[in-house]
Design a protein around this ligand. Structure first.
Ligand SMILES: Nc1ncnc2c1ncn2[C@@H]1O[C@H](COP(=O)(O)OP(=O)(O)OP(=O)(O)O)[C@@H](O)[C@H]1O
Ligand SMILES: [Mg+2]
Length: 509
């Protein structure tokens, strides 16, 4: 019993230790539980706050999304309105462009498919003195043979003109001052009157007599008119090229009268060619950039260039890559009025055309003559093709601009030409006479027009008659010494313009 009691006592002590241990464990677990419960309660509160925030954010996003969707729908609706408005406007622009082209063409037709401008250049430095010496005195044939410099006799009061020049533009002052645009004022015929007074001649005691002529051209440009003013009047014809017509602009006149200056000019005073090229390239950029000119988008423009020269009745291609320093000789195709095998260079920029022109100028036949230090001894025909293609509608519009810088006419007796120069002068005069004849027949609606009598008229056939528009710029030397030649050029101009001469006398040449 003692042993059992000891045993039980030990077991009781052991049990007491275990109980104590378990109580400590329980207290620890209890405190952990309390701590965990505390933490859990805190986390739940945090979670609740976060959830509330999240829910607020979701509802805000949803209302924003609804707003954005509304805005998107509104934008889509407006875009479709704009699309249909754009289509409508493009349609209107296209219709207006057709109307504009028709009206422009009508205006061109009303003012005649053949237009004539006359340009009297200013006297060049040192030229006026020479001209005084060179005025032929009618009564003294000996003075023509000698080179004695005779001062010009003072004309009697009643025959006097306001200055030395035989040319007067009564409407030019008004044009300069009253109109904002000279091109607009060209529509007024009174502004384009040219009065020509025969230079005073000493008739050796006979009653002095000076004949007077009055011309009315489509445009009259005096010595004070610059390249810009002439271009303003010429620009509508270049517009016709863009509108799909054939246009031919040529400069006609005595050697040294300013034809090359008018057509080509120089860097400081660019002529018609440079300005026309600029206009064509500006229009190309506008069409390809934004679908202007009523063709809508997807339109392209190709500009290409041809350059021919007629020298001694032979046609030469100034652009042929295999040509020598003076171009490559070409044949003419008999039934199509075209040169055979000439080069058509596609030009992508105005700079490329300028390079082409420089090359052609180097190859062109230019010589110093008695009358002009840089006389063009050949006719140059510069052709610009403007082709508009519209992808959507398949529309193709082709316009062609011929710009001709003709060689100058010159009286054989006066030119003092010999040898090669003489031969050139004869060829030049013959082809200019044919041109004059062709224009006369065209203006007279003659059935037979002698295009084939010269290479020049042959090549220009398609651009001289029919629906083509032709502008002749007749250039004259301002000096009384060249009065005879100027009068011949004006006679040509009058013929081309079908101008009735209000003349008080005749002049034969
Ligand atoms: N309107 C003008 N203003 C100033 N100078 C001019 C004008 N027209 C011509 N000139 C000058 O007169 C000279 C002769 O002109 P240009 O060479 O153009 O004559 P052309 O008619 O072409 O002669 P050609 O038939 O011999 O070739 C040149 O020096 C040119 O610069
Ligand atoms: Mg010239």
């Amino acid at each position: 019993v003692e042993m059992e009691r000891d045993q039980l006592g030990r077991e009781k002590a052991e049990m007491g230790q275990k109980l104590e241990f378990l109580q400590k464990e329980r207290a620890y677990v209890e405190s952990r539980r309390e701590e965990t419960e505390r933490k859990l309660t805190g986390s739940q509160a945090e979670l609740e706050t976060e959830r509330a925030k999240y829910m607020a954010f979701v509802s805000l996003s949803e209302s924003r999304l609804a707003e954005v969707q509304l805005e998107r729908d509104e934008a889509a609706r407006r875009a479709s309105t704009f699309d249909s408005r754009e289509r409508e406007l493009l349609g209107t622009v296209a219709k207006m462009d057709v109307a504009r082209r028709t009206l422009h063409n009508r205006v061109m037709q009303l003012s005649g498919n053949m237009r004539v401008y006359v340009r009297i250049r200013p006297p060049l430095p040192g030229e006026a003195e020479k001209s005084v010496a060179a005025i032929p005195a009618a009564s003294s044939s000996s003075s023509r043979r000698t080179s004695v410099i005779r001062p010009r006799p003072t004309p009697p009061r009643h025959a006097a003109v306001s200055d030395e020049s035989p040319f007067h533009f009564p409407g030019l002052l008004d044009r300069d001052s009253s109109s904002p645009s000279s091109a607009m004022s060209l529509d007024d015929p009174a502004k384009n009157v040219l009065v020509v007074t025969e230079p005073y001649k000493d008739r050796g005691g006979l009653t002095p007599r000076q004949k007077k002529w009055s011309f009315n051209f489509d445009g009259a440009f005096g010595p004070s008119c610059g390249q810009e003013e002439l271009w303003e009047a010429t620009e509508p014809l270049v517009q016709s090229v863009i509108d799909g017509f054939n246009v031919c602009i040529f400069a006609y006149g005595q050697t040294g009268s300013g034809k090359t200056h008018t057509m080509l000019g120089d860097d400081a005073n660019p002529g018609i060619v440079t300005r026309a090229v600029n206009k064509l390239f500006d229009t190309k950029s506008a069409i390809e950039g934004g679908g202007v000119c009523g063709v809508g988008g997807d339109a392209t423009v190709d500009i290409s260039v041809e350059l021919l020269e007629i020298y001694n009745e032979r046609v030469r291609d100034l652009l042929a890559p295999d040509a020598g320093p003076s171009g490559k000789e070409l044949n003419l195709r008999l039934n199509s009025n075209e040169a055979v095998g000439n080069v058509l260079v596609s030009a992508n920029s105005r700079e490329e055309v300028r390079d082409i022109m420089d090359l052609a100028q180097r190859r062109r036949c230019v010589k110093a003559t008695q009358s002009n230090a840089e006389s063009s001894r050949s006719h140059m025909i510069f052709t610009l093709h403007f082709v508009l293609r519209h992808g959507n509608s398949g529309l193709i519009r082709r316009g062609k601009l011929h710009v001709c810088d003709l060689a100058g006419s010159e009286r054989l007796s006066k030119s003092g030409s010999m040898g090669t120069l003489l031969k050139e002068t004869k060829h030049i005069n013959t082809s200019l006479a044919v041109l004059s004849n062709v224009i006369e027949k065209l203006q007279g609606n003659d059935k037979h027009v002698p295009y084939r009598e010269s290479k020049l008229t042959y090549l220009l056939k398609n651009s001289l008659g029919g629906d083509s528009k032709t502008l002749a710029i007749v250039c004259c030397n301002p000096l009384p010494a060249h009065f005879g030649e100027s009068m011949c050029s004006l006679r040509f101009a009058a013929k081309a313009n079908r101008v009735e001469l209000k003349a008080t006398g005749n002049f034969s040449c």
